[in-house]
Write a protein that binds this ligand. Structure first.
Ligand code: NAP
Length: 458
């Protein structure tokens, strides 16, 4: 994929960038390693000061940053502005809590025959972040804020279609006052990732993206014995049981499926509805999905902008065509509009069967598949009949049912009567092919630390 800004609303190429040469990559890694040697000795208070300035810059520059996100990957301006402020919140959260999250942990000195024994959290070094375009700021900041607060330095390989956002992040970190080299953007292609990851100056990696990209990075990191955090794809179940508030469930289902123009890892993608309420839910859901305004992401009132890339839309169309050819019924949408831009309408399909590709594959666009089940047991079984295990939703007013779902679903999170989302306060991640390790919360900041045991003798 060329490194370029191509406006998804028009298909116009606005800027192209040459990938860094091996010598340029080497210079940046040398700078990162040199910076780490001194940056690791900075205090939490110093880092928190820079992190708070970074948060202030994000908030202050929202009117400039949000249109950049919209131009590079097509999300609506309102969604882009919300993402900018969410990054600022994440920075402030870790500025506030990092020191306490990484405080030494006293052990029972007597039990280990010491005068004092404890575990202490220390930074690892230069961490490589490979990031996707769908939340081009937030995905980076939820790594950057904890990693830098822990005393690590970062190098970023961002997705090839958001190069200007990638450069802007480095610029913001620099202007916030962090020492030069603390966070650098490497404009490189995915085939250059292996060299960076095998470089001895890079000690760990995190990747957010598809399962194949995760497999590739994890196998190289495994070969090098370097730790990784992987945040990969998802096909989240959204289970609706008979006691659910169907009106609210249908509205939230629509928001969840169509947020970010249908391109979120934690969007609800498979709607699994008890047969007692399936017809009513389907009617409400189709009405909500059909009522969304699709169009120019810069226009006020647009709910769903274009998909980010031309091949992304082609992938969605292929999955819908495959399902329809095998008997699925289109309840709404299903046809791309005429004209420029990579638009695809909110679409609902029923009559899904296991031979259809979308039964097992992630659909990265505003396409919902609705399944009918006779019981909660079968709802849980179908929820788990996937290679993924990222988020999950259940809608019920029955506490015993919600407990059964919480216990039974194989996923990194469960949201009861609400939409899956991420908060700095809660761990975020998945199981199975949705990834391993956790971001956010104390788990996220400890992911790139050496947990060093200290034993002091008598
Ligand atoms: P992708 O193709 O895997 O790309 C993600 C990043 O990995 C990009 O920077 C890409 O670079 C790079 N990359 C791709 N193949 C690589 C390889 N073999 N080696 C090293 N780097 C490689 O993912 P996408 O299609 O852009 O993003 C959508 C996917 O991300 C979906 O599956 C979505 O569910 C997932 N996602 C997961 C989370 C989560 O937190 N779990 C969050 C957001 C998105 P190039 O752009 O240069 O190819």
């Amino acid at each position: 994929m060329p490194i370029a800004t191509i406006n998804p609303a028009t298909g116009e190429t606005l800027a192209t960038f040459e990938p860094l040469t091996p010598e340029e990559v080497d210079d940046r890694l040398a700078r990162a390693a040199a910076t780490f040697a001194t940056y690791r000795k900075t205090s939490f208070a110093e880092r928190a000061g820079w992190m708070r300035t970074l948060a202030d810059l994000l908030d202050a520059e929202v009117d400039d940053l949000a249109p950049l996100l919209t131009t590079e990957m097509g999300k609506t301006l309102a969604a882009a502005a919300a993402e900018v402020h969410k990054c600022a919140t994440g920075c402030r959260f870790y500025a506030e809590h990092a020191e306490q999250m990484l405080a030494d942990e006293e052990a029972d000195a007597e039990a280990v025959q010491a005068t004092k024994a404890y575990a202490t959290y220390q930074p690892l070094g230069v961490v490589l972040a490979v990031m996707p375009w769908n939340f081009p700021l937030w995905q980076v900041f939820r790594f950057l804020a904890p990693a830098l607060m822990a005393g690590n330095v970062g190098v970023l390989k961002h997705a090839s279609n958001v190069p200007q956002t990638a450069l802007r992040i480095e610029d913001l970190v620099g202007r916030a006052g962090f020492p030069e080299g603390t966070f650098q953007t490497l404009l490189i292609e995915s085939k250059q990732v292996e060299t960076v990851l095998r470089d001895p100056r890079v000690v760990a990696a995190t990747l957010t993206g598809s399962a194949p990209a995760g497999q590739s990075v994890a196998s190289i990191a495994g070969d090098e014995i370097k730790p990784t955090v992987l945040e990969l794809g998802g096909s989240d179940p959204f289970v609706v049981l008979p006691s659910a508030d169907l009106e609210r469930a249908a509205k939230v289902a629509t928001t969840s499926r169509c947020q970010n123009n249908g391109q979120s890892c934690i969007s609800a993608k498979r709607f699994i509805v008890h047969e007692a309420v399936a017809d009513e839910f389907l009617d409400r859901f189709v009405a909500e999905m059909s009522a969304l305004t699709v169009g120019d992401p810069t226009a006020a009132g647009t709910d769903v902008g274009p998909l980010a890339t031309e091949h992304g839309r082609a992938d969605v169309e292929e999955l819908v065509a495959d399902a329809v050819a095998k008997g699925a019924v289109i309840r709404c949408g299903g046809q791309r509009p005429d004209g420029p831009g990579w638009y695809y309408p909110p679409t609902v399909l029923s009559g899904i069967t296991p031979d259809m590709r979308m039964y097992g594959e992630e659909v990265f666009g505003p396409v919902a598949q609705v399944h009918r089940v006779p019981s909660i047991d079968e709802a849980i079984e179908l929820s788990n009949a996937t290679e993924f295990g990222l988020g999950s939703n259940v809608w019920t007013e029955d506490e015993a049912e919600s407990r059964q779902f919480i216990d039974g679903v194989a996923a990194g999170s469960v949201f009861v009567n609400g939409m899956v989302t991420s908060f700095p306060e809660l761990p975020f991640g998945g199981v199975k092919h949705s990834g391993c390790g956790r971001e956010l919360s104390a788990h996220g900041i400890r992911a790139f630390c050496n947990v060093k045991s200290v034993w002091i003798g008598p």
